[in-house]
Design a protein around this ligand. Structure first.
Ligand code: HQG
Length: 180
């Protein structure tokens, strides 16, 4: 993605995940925003944006961060929200092991409290260790934790998978984390 599209993608993350009110946008209870309204409000608030640009971002995002509904007239973020939305994901059986990438500086606290979702709706887990390492490197020197997901599920913890393949759960207690 070129720099203009990256900036647009970050703007979409801001208004579709975290701060729709920044441009006066409202999301429906499931996180959907009307595309024309989004374009209108962005421009009205001084952030030039066209629906063509949005389409390019949605189609070129490797992580598939956003999705259109079947009518093509509404858009939402696939995961990563801090605003309260119900994505209506069904619980799903996870693989035996999932991975979480974090930074070494967080390890003492993770040893203490397990993985916490913080400002997001869920703790985010990756299907493979490489992806987890990339996620962790956003925060500093990366470290990959193995999460005993199947054991968690057997003990009643629920897992979900976002449309773009990120595994989600509420909290990972320390006892299900294998530290390197
Ligand atoms: C850490 C990106 C101290 C956690 C990625 C992480 C992902 C703790 C940080 C998605 C902790 C939160 C989410 C504890 C967890 N003590 N630190 N007890 N428990 N942490 O950004 O998982 O580009 O909210 O390890 O690809 O890094 O946005 O979560 O380091 O899918 O589409 O607290 O964001 O996707 O950081 O990333 P974040 P994350 P997008």
């Amino acid at each position: 993605m070129d720099n203009v599209l990256i900036a647009t993608s970050k703007f979409l993350s801001l208004v579709l995940r975290h701060k729709p009110e920044a441009i006066g946008l409202s999301l429906d209870p499931h996180g959907w925003a009307d595309l024309r309204e989004l374009v209108r409000l962005a421009n009205a608030s001084g952030r030039p944006l066209t629906s063509e640009e949005i389409l390019l971002v949605v189609n070129s995002s490797e992580k598939q961060r956003f999705t259109f509904d079947s009518s093509g007239q509404r858009i939402r973020a696939n995961q990563g929200h801090s605003v309260e939305v119900d994505l209506q994901l069904d619980p799903l059986n996870p693989p035996a092991v999932l991975y979480h990438g974090t930074a070494t500086r967080f390890l003492p606290s993770i040893h203490e409290s397990g993985l916490l979702k913080g400002a997001r709706h869920h703790v985010h887990l990756s299907l493979d260790a490489n992806t987890a390492r990339t996620v962790g490197s956003r925060h500093g020197h990366p470290v990959v934790l193995r999460i005993l997901a199947e054991d968690m599920m057997c003990n009643g913890y629920q897992f979900f998978r976002s449309k773009n393949g990120v595994w989600l759960t509420d909290h990972v207690p320390t006892s299900y984390i294998q530290f390197p």
